[in-house]
Design a protein around this ligand. Structure first.
Ligand code: S3P
Length: 164
């Protein structure tokens, strides 16, 4: 991969990933989408049938495959939380960009997203604490941190482009 985007749900990984790939003239890969294709079902269905542990195993396997490709990779919000994934993200020479967003922004962006089993089951307080719990993992593997609150996708993408 040429660049990897990480961050909490609703931080803009997919939106920015697509724009950045267009700007860099490279393919865009969305890890969640790859999981859906490989599992032959939605993430929500996979979670309810097999649970989070199985989801993380599949996510790890697919991450390993995707890293060999070129382009922009948008990860899932929980990808760096798996210690094996964290080690890969820390060791890689590929720039890892952390997109940050406040809990309010996250709620505005994802709302009661049907497709996000984790947000769906959570209160705002739980979401806030999950975000705080995950932040150290994100920060441990990020080469660049970008706050996305009140900023347009194009502005954010251009900042990453300049950094690269
Ligand atoms: C998850 C985030 C989702 C998806 C799954 C679990 C998480 O990806 O991988 O629902 O644990 O934060 P997005 O960050 O793209 O929503």
């Amino acid at each position: 991969m040429d660049v990897i985007l990480i961050g909490f749900m609703g931080s803009g990984k997919t939106t920015i990933g697509k724009l950045l790939a267009e700007m860099l003239l490279v393919p865009h890969t969305d890890l969640d989408q790859e999981i859906v294709e490989s599992a032959g079902q939605t993430i929500k269905d996979f979670f309810s049938k097999y649970g989070e542990v199985k989801f993380r195993e599949l996510e790890h396997k697919i991450l390993l495959n995707q890293l060999k490709k070129n382009g922009v990779l948008s990860t899932g919000g929980g990808t760096p939380i798996n210690i094996q994934n964290l080690e890969i993200l820390q060791a890689t020479k590929t720039p890892v960009i952390l997109l940050e967003a406040s809990t309010n922004t996250i709620l505005e962006r994802v709302g009661k997203s049907e497709e996000r089993p984790l947000v769906n089951q959570m209160s705002t307080r739980q979401l806030t604490s999950l975000r705080a719990e995950r932040m150290p993992f994100y920060q441990e593997c990020a080469d660049l941190r970008i706050n996305t609150d009140n900023r347009s996708p194009v502005e954010i993408t251009e900042q990453i482009y300049r950094y690269l």
